[in-house]
Design a protein. Sequence first.
Length: 320
Amino acid sequence: MQCKIPKSIFWYEHYIVQEGKLGMISIIGSGRVGSALAFLCASNTLDDIVLVNKTESEAIGEAMDISNAIPKNSSITISGTSDFSKIRNSEIVVITASSGTYLKSRTEMIGQQVKMLQEISSEVVKFAPNSKVVVVSNPLDVLTYVFLRESKFPKNKVLGVASSLDSSRFQLLLAEELKANQSEIKDAIVLGEHGDSMVPVFSRAMCKDTPVEDLLSEEQKKSITLKLIGYWKKLRDYKARSVFGIAKNTYDVLESISKDKQISIPASVLLEGQYGISDVCIGIPVKISKNGVDGINEIKLSDFELDSLKKSAKIVKEYL
């Protein structure tokens, strides 16, 4: 005798979003970065997760796969959809979507990316007006500013994640140059644009309690800076794009907001006079917690670094 299973309980329907849940994390874009981020959130039982993708089948497929990584004693869920109404009540919305693949510069598809961001912004305003928004898509600083402008969200509720990734890369490059373990490099941060005008802050970095500026020549610093700027291109010689680095740096921000664990990292936020810069989003040191951006840290920079930061802000402004 053949057993007939009612369509209403087909097992795959579990992965299709039914209703927005209070406090969930919505990730817009279920490509490599979005799905890697969702995996980290699920495997660490951070919160319920909704993956939103233009092609719904891709979001559902990723949700089905990632659901197998949820710890067995966890009650969190993950689901996929193409319907923005399912992000309703989200505590956090992460934007990882992309309209294509850039090859030479993060700004080469800026027109398409801005249009995409504007469309996403209107959906987030409509369905998740009280959420904190984390922008990951490139050009990062431009899109963070565009979201703020389009959404009119409070400035503390919108930030872009990329400078912390650049800082991780800076730490690694310093360790390689100084033949040290990465853990022995402290306070290696990168500010400014997530792009060619980024500003590695050598003046604050330490290696085994020694300022790195006492250990590096000007030529070495220039070489490290060029390697840092070109890191993403070098990575693409071996794989399609950065995935795990940006996913982990973004996860740290989501955990801070979701669990109210304050962290201090460089992130792209709106400047209103800090560092002598206004009306632009670039990477600067900030404190992040449940409220989003809790404050901006104005750290001491060398004259060269401050001047470079202002030049970086000017370059980003030219795209706005």
